[in-house]
Design a protein around this ligand. Structure first.
Ligand SMILES: [Zn+2]
Length: 174
């Protein structure tokens, strides 16, 4: 599937199944990886690990396009990051999909028990990382309604409550 953007990455120059991107247009997933790679977040200890994971997954063909449910921004399926098939904005893909889902992957590498048990702790880690990148994206004008809400919750010291609302009944810890 081609999502290659022209000068404005938000406006894809082509869409459709199995269409190779024309030369000179970057895949928004690669543009998103560039956004992460150039970020201050990627210079932090946590960010370095997340970026490494994203690059490793990309190299191994483990970042895939997938038709996802309406309320699913992205998904880690245990071996691949699934990017919504209609997502074209590299800023959205960078924070809401790649950093978030690669953090799940990283968490599973570091804490094997998290492979079979999803917790609020794990989702706090993904949300914290994506919000750290979002802060930089926000400074250059990007806005996500979903991340605005989470950002405010974090500022108010209520991010964990926000996560709990999204995953009712989920175990707090491993
Ligand atoms: Zn998550």
């Amino acid at each position: 599937m081609c999502f290659g953007g022209g000068k404005d990455p938000a406006k894809p120059s082509c869409t459709g199944a199995a269409t190779p991107c024309p030369a000179g247009t970057a895949d928004p997933i690669d543009q998103a990886i560039e956004i992460v790679a150039k970020s201050k977040f990627a210079k932090t200890e946590e960010g370095k690990k997340v970026l490494k994971k994203i690059k490793e997954l990309r190299k191994n063909g483990k970042i895939v396009r997938k038709k996802l449910g309406k309320n699913t921004l992205g998904q880690w399926n245990g071996s691949e990051i699934e990017v919504p098939d209609d997502a074209t904005d590299p800023e959205f893909i960078a924070s809401s999909v790649l950093v978030h889902e690669a953090t799940h992957a990283l968490n599973e590498d570091e804490i094997p028990a998290s492979k079979t048990k999803f917790t609020i702790d794990e989702e706090m880690r993904t949300n914290t990382n994506e919000l750290d990148l979002y802060e930089e994206q926000r400074a250059r004008g990007y806005r996500s309604a979903e991340l605005e809400r989470r950002r405010k919750a974090r500022k108010d010291g209520k991010l964990r409550d926000d996560v709990r609302k999204r995953y009712p009944g989920l175990a707090e810890h491993l």
